[in-house]
Write a protein that binds this ligand. Structure first.
Ligand code: C5P
Length: 209
């Protein structure tokens, strides 16, 4: 059983995908981490994330970074979104994701192109989204919870601008743009809290299986 979970940044898809994988007892891959590791490696190498050759060169070394907490930062997220535009990088990371999806016991993968490119044969495809304002608000609260700054120190408007820019890059690129697969279940979690969103998704999966 392959479950593909796609959606824009800060949609809560990662939290939902992890919980779904635990519920069904199958392994989970956060494919964004692969792109984040490449973005981080390019920066460590002093390369240019917008240059496909620099980004491709970093792919071979990125594995060692996978457990580094810095990968979760906003800055590395931005780098990931820039290196992920290059078809060379997407190709270099394809096999690993495909092999994960093909594990005998099944798998849950989340990302941007799981239902469209990595696992078009997935048993269930989910596209989790929420309004830009709500995603910015969630990201803002998360940063405050993490102690990154106080309410006054973290500008909500700037977070919203970053999200709009990331959406534009992820949805506008030529190779594997972010979009719902034609047969995906589109779930808008704008009006749900975390638990309600998980329950809605779980019910949708059980109905689809
Ligand atoms: O999901 P996450 O925010 O960690 O992803 C970081 C960036 O990596 C995304 O904004 C996107 O540009 C890229 N990405 C991708 N394809 C995936 C997963 C992530 O292009 N399957």
């Amino acid at each position: 059983m392959i479950i593909a979970v796609d959606g824009p940044t800060a949609s809560g898809k990662g939290t939902i995908a992890r919980a779904i994988a635990a519920h069904f007892g199958v392994p989970y891959l956060d494919t964004g981490l692969l792109y984040r590791a490449v973005g981080r490696q390019v920066a460590l190498d002093g390369g240019d994330p917008d240059n496909p050759l620099d980004a491709l060169a970093a792919c071979g070394f990125a594995d060692a970074l996978m457990d580094d907490p810095v990968l979760r930062s906003e800055e590395v997220g931005g780098l990931a979104s820039r290196v992920s535009v290059h078809p060379e990088v997407r190709k270099a990371l394809f096999e690993r994701q495909r092999a994960f999806a093909e594990q005998p016991g099944g798998a849950v993968l989340d990302g941007r192109d799981i239902g469209t490119v990595i696992a078009p044969d997935a048993d269930v495809k989910l596209y989790i989204t929420a309004s830009v304002q709500e995603r910015a608000r969630r990201r803002w609260l998360e940063m405050i919870e993490k102690g990154i700054g106080s309410e006054d120190e973290i500008p909500l408007a700037e977070i919203e601008r970053d999200i709009v820019a990331r959406d534009a890059r992820d949805m506008g690129r030529k190779d594997a743009p972010l979009r719902a697969a034609p047969d995906a279940l589109v779930i808008d979690t704008t009006s749900f809290d975390r638990e309600a969103a998980y329950q809605v998704v779980l019910e949708a999966i059980c109905e689809a299986l």
